[in-house]
Write a protein that binds this ligand. Sequence first.
Ligand SMILES: Cc1cc2nc3c(=O)[nH]c(=O)nc-3n(C[C@H](O)[C@H](O)[C@H](O)COP(=O)(O)OP(=O)(O)OC[C@H]3O[C@@H](n4cnc5c(N)ncnc54)[C@H](O)[C@@H]3O)c2cc1C
Length: 302
Amino acid sequence: MTTASSRWNEYHTPSALADALMILSRHGERARIIAGGTDLILDMEGGHTSGVDVLVDVTRIVGMDEIRETDAGIVIGANVTHAQIEKSPLLRDHAACLVESCGVVGGPQVRNVATIGGNVAHALPAADGTIGLLALDAEVEVCSLAAGAVERRWQPLLSIFAGPGRNNLGPARLVGGFRFAPRATGQASAFDRIMRPQGVALPILGLAAWLQLTEDKQRIVKARIAIGPAGPIPFRATDAEAVLTAAPGFDDAVLAATIAAAQAQAQLRTSKHRASKEYRYEMVGVLLGRVLRAALERAQNL
Ligand SMILES: Cc1cc2nc3c(=O)[nH]c(=O)nc-3n(C[C@H](O)[C@H](O)[C@H](O)COP(=O)(O)OP(=O)(O)OC[C@H]3O[C@@H](n4cnc5c(N)ncnc54)[C@H](O)[C@@H]3O)c2cc1C
């Protein structure tokens, strides 16, 4: 179905992935994908999408709004909303950091329509859902057309980011979903963020961590820490992760060394509406302490 409005000339609502990709490739730079519209409509009203007059609404594409456990991992369709993630028993068990990060996006009205696909594709380095997915080491499914047939490719999440607010999908590709490994015994994750009290959009700083403990639960053998905003694209604090996994255990000295490594590697900036670089630097320490302790306690009891 196609409709028009004063903001655009064509609004398509395909129910098949192949049809959506075909419309996108036909219109090239004139077309934009719309899901919940909570970022895109503001971008359009702010004049950041000049030349765009065709919208392709992907929310009716069959199967893209499902959360499934498969042989290849837990799969979340790009059209799954933050509210669906928040309420999913499967994700509460396997992806606590994602449930916690999506659970603080906007307010209930926003979470009911805003999607995880839009959160990632909008490509802001502080997007909460993205930070949760990054700590889970999620892969992204990129869909395109090859000789008229849909081609689906799984690739590392970070591979689609090109800079603040920019992805490298190009005009004729879309995100189909995300997948990550299910949680095993001794693994757990957590998320927290620092937000301005009156703020409803992006956080001053968000941080997610995923940990795996040894069988005796005394040491951290694998760690992933995602922080945003801490660079032009969502950031993995790999130096801090290395400190954690090299340590014989976890105590205040190890935490201090982990914090120092994250603070040294992160590219923190002052932003006019949110916080100074110095404040963010301090908050890296506060959030790492909170999130690591929460993930550790969960991992010891799971
Ligand atoms: C009041 C308010 C509060 C907010 N608070 C937060 C917050 O606390 N934390 C936070 O992280 N964000 C927040 N946001 C931002 C926004 O809600 C999220 O980023 C949301 O997840 C975007 O999803 P959407 O479905 O609305 O995306 P849309 O606006 O529909 O799309 C966003 C972008 O992604 C592209 N896109 C959408 N789906 C796909 C796809 N499947 N494949 C490829 N490209 C696609 C679109 O073309 C567009 O460029 C807030 C927004 C508002 C208005």
